[in-house]
Design a protein around this ligand. Structure first.
Ligand code: LRH
Ligand code: MN
Ligand code: MN
Length: 426
């Protein structure tokens, strides 16, 4: 299934008049507020978010999984699905693979297929949280932190192998998420586990190509329920520092205890030049992996406000690698991802509208009320016409979800792949 530009054009034509009216109305009011509308639209068009290969089928929970009709069963089909998302939204220009869930067989063919959709390969993800078929050692009691050197060596080697796979795809970064930890007090020696992890990460770092980055993801709990070795941004940050300048912290929005001030973490990491990667999702309770912006859109805006500030003021921080890390249990995964992409763009656009100069003045004057007004004034703006204009300029759909439905993408996928396919991965 491939969506042709002409199909999108035909759909767009029916909605262009209404779009032009709402864009002109918003544009003139933003103009009066001193906003460079064209620049905002260009930034939105430039903003690309990677889609992980594991988010294209239904995820499920440990209680069960309800598969979704027409799910992709192969890596080729997953790439095609991301191609659909990119054609519709213009925002999903990259795919991120989890190894060994998705190991390409014919690298050239896989690269060509991605390129035919205008996609590149973003960070590759290693997996030492599951035992692999025929593996000599088990990760039951940890991988990079394991007290048994042979297990650590196997886990290090896996990460080095993943780098090799990524090189063949044109990836430029490795994301390490470590499930290691303990389930009961006394099970592990915290210090030994941390030092082993540091040592293992340094060995992986030593195998990193010159132009690559290492992203270290943190998470407070799950699958371990008493302690996790890399439990928070501080632990990730100190490990990244121990590795070197190509190592960074990766923030996943679902990897915080309730009420954590994530925007402040973002700002601390950026001022120190150590925010490397970002996983978008939303949560009510824990690592729920639900649709970005579906539960706490204002929190997402505040996070973007810090990201925008950091991207403007912190040249010491590289441009972060954006990815959606969500799981879809009930909704059509592609529709869900379209909603996430829209929410991300919306929060970004709103953050771009924050009048940083005025905010600085209000802060200087300790005018707390005015500070809040400035943020909320940006947040309350309906920025959707700006997103539409960015998509129109890229030849993508004015209304991706509407077009997805009217082109009957899911029905076509079912026709192509059959009703009862089984997605690989999670
Ligand atoms: C862990 C995580 C990590 C994994 C992905 C499948 O919860 O966020 O990024 O690679 O989920
Ligand atoms: Mn993640
Ligand atoms: Mn997660």
């Amino acid at each position: 299934m491939k969506i042709e530009k002409e199909q999108i054009l035909v759909e767009n034509q029916q909605q262009t008049t209404f779009h032009n009216e709402s864009f002109d109305f918003l544009g003139s009011s933003l103009d009066k507020r001193g906003v460079d509308v064209e620049e905002v639209v260009q930034r939105l068009a430039d903003f690309q978010v990677a889609i992980p290969s594991w988010a294209l089928g239904a995820g499920g929970t440990r209680f069960g999984r309800f598969s979704f009709y027409g799910e992709p069963a192969t890596l080729e089909q997953k790439i095609d699905d991301v191609g659909v998302l990119h054609a519709l939204t213009g925002t999903a220009g990259a795919i991120s693979l989890h190894i060994p869930w998705d190991i390409p067989e014919d690298y050239k063919a896989i690269r060509e297929r991605a390129a035919s959709h205008g996609l590149i390969f973003d960070a590759v993800n290693s997996n030492t949280f599951q035992d692999q078929k025929d593996a000599k050692e088990s990760y039951r009691y940890g991988s990079l932190s394991n007290r048994n050197e042979a297990v650590r060596e196997q886990a290090i080697q896996h990460n080095l192998d993943v780098i090799k796979i990524g090189e063949k795809l044109g990836s430029k970064s490795l994301t390490v998420w470590l499930a290691d930890g303990s389930n009961f007090p006394g099970q592990d020696n915290f210090q030994t586990a941390l030092l082993n992890t540091e040592d293992s990460l340094k060995k992986i770092y030593a195998g990193l190509p010159e132009d690559w980055k290492l992203f270290i993801e943190y998470k407070p709990y799950e699958p371990n329920f008493y302690s996790t070795v890399i439990q928070d941004w501080g632990t990730s940050f100190l490990l990244a520092n121990a590795c070197g300048e190509k190592a960074y912290t990766l923030v996943d929005l679902g990897h915080h205890l309730p009420n954590t001030n994530i925007e402040q973490i973002v700002s601390t990491l950026m001022v120190k030049g150590k925010l490397g990667g970002f996983h978008f999702n939303d949560s009510k309770y824990g690592d729920d992996d639900s649709t970005t912006g579906s539960v706490k859109p204002y929190a997402l805006f505040l996070i973007f406000n810090e990201l925008v500030y950091g991207m403007q003021h912190n040249p010491q921080n590289p441009y972060p690698a954006w990815m959606i890390d969500a799981s879809h249990n009930i909704k059509d995964p592609l529709e869900d991802l379209i909603q996430s992409l829209e929410a991300i763009q919306e929060a970004y656009a709103k953050a771009l509208l924050v009048d940083q100069e005025q905010l600085k003045v209000a802060q200087q004057q300790n005018d707390v009320v005015q500070c809040q007004e400035i943020l909320q004034n940006a947040y309350r703006t309906d920025v959707r016409p700006l997103l539409e204009r960015a998509r129109l300029q890229m030849g993508s759909a004015l209304h991706p979800l509407m077009t997805y439905r009217s082109l009957q993408v899911r029905d076509n996928l079912i026709k192509e792949r059959g009703r009862h396919t089984v997605a690989t991965g999670l």
